[in-house]
Design a protein around this ligand. Structure first.
Ligand SMILES: [Zn+2]
Ligand SMILES: [Zn+2]
Length: 249
């Protein structure tokens, strides 16, 4: 059973391992192997896995619907001692504090919270830096650390994460990423009142089309996507500051 705080952090740890001398990777003494887990007889639903030691994913949404995935110890992710499939581990992590309340659990097939949270984590440092750079004396940056549920004027639900430039009188500028429950593959980016970008991330587009690409292509597509978002947000923040400068004069 893989126990991680976030899948990303785990990936980081693996990368860091690569830099260590080989001797640091191995323990001197063989540890006693844990007793083998009795086979549940249930097949793991992870593609390419033939283990028959799977258990159902523990995810239950707010309507008490459960996930149909069954996962073996090698492919499940344990959060607080509860084993989920990868997808729902992402959902539980995405909603942060909300995960304490069962009635807040997103619908079992809703990918919106994990998608917005995933992209927000990847952009977090850049957006903080960008807003900090544009901050004036007395202004500071505050940011969400999990996806929040919000509703638009038509009561349509969406999951969002925001970064705010604030001063003592209140917010000056908000950068928000959101994904709606109606279309949970489309990312929307807003800077202040301006909708600056929306689109389907390349890895989601490929999944929808059932496409597989080489890892190198995947990485370069992701990099392009993130660079596009960073540049778009950066330009919108600059435009906002330009306008407010002119108003100040
Ligand atoms: Zn498996
Ligand atoms: Zn699941």
């Amino acid at each position: 059973m893989l126990t991680v705080e976030t899948p990303r952090k785990n990936a980081g740890a693996l990368r860091r391992l690569g830099a260590l001398p080989a001797t640091a990777l191995f323990r001197r003494r063989e540890q006693a192997a844990p007793p083998p887990r009795p086979a549940s007889g249930i097949e793991c639903t992870m593609r390419g896995c033939s283990n028959h030691t799977a258990e159902p994913c523990a995810y239950r949404d707010r309507r008490q619907r459960s996930c149909t995935a069954t996962i073996c110890p090698a492919h499940g992710i344990s959060l607080g001692g509860v084993a989920y499939c990868r997808r729902h581990a992402g959902t539980v992590q995405a909603i942060g504090e909300l995960a304490r309340d069962q009635s807040a659990y997103p619908d079992v097939d809703d990918r919106a919270p994990s998608l917005v949270d995933w992209i927000a984590r990847d952009l977090d440092k850049d957006i903080r830096r960008l807003l900090a750079r544009t901050a004036r004396p007395g202004e500071s940056v505050i940011a969400d650390d999990a996806a929040r549920l919000a509703h638009d004027f038509h009561r349509h639900a969406r999951w969002e994460r925001s970064w705010r430039l604030v001063e003592h009188t209140g917010p000056i500028l908000t950068v928000t990423l959101h994904v709606t429950e109606d279309d949970d593959s489309q990312l929307h980016v807003r800077v202040g009142t301006e909708a600056v970008a929306d689109g389907v991330p390349p890895w989601i587009a490929r999944r929808r089309e059932g496409q597989d690409v080489e890892a190198a292509i995947d990485i370069s597509q992701r990099q392009l996507f993130y660079r596009y978002l960073e540049e778009t947000i950066s330009e919108a923040v600059a435009r906002f500051r330009d306008r407010s400068d002119r108003l100040d004069q």
